[in-house]
Design a protein around this ligand. Sequence first.
Ligand SMILES: [Zn+2]
Length: 67
Amino acid sequence: MFLLFGIGTKRKPLGAGGVRTCPRCHNTTQWTRMRQFRQFSVFFVPLMRWKRQEFEMCGICGTAVTT
Ligand SMILES: [Zn+2]
């Protein structure tokens, strides 16, 4: 029997975040607010989600800061 399953990390943009100065690229821009979680799925149907966290991401270099 062929069973297709996998564990992945999903990221979902929640909209505009705050205006921050990035610690890595030192640009002051509006960051994007993101939600990330680990997901276990079988046949592309998500069965379990855990380790959910929200963070903001620099639009220039991609540095993430948990808030
Ligand atoms: Zn940056």
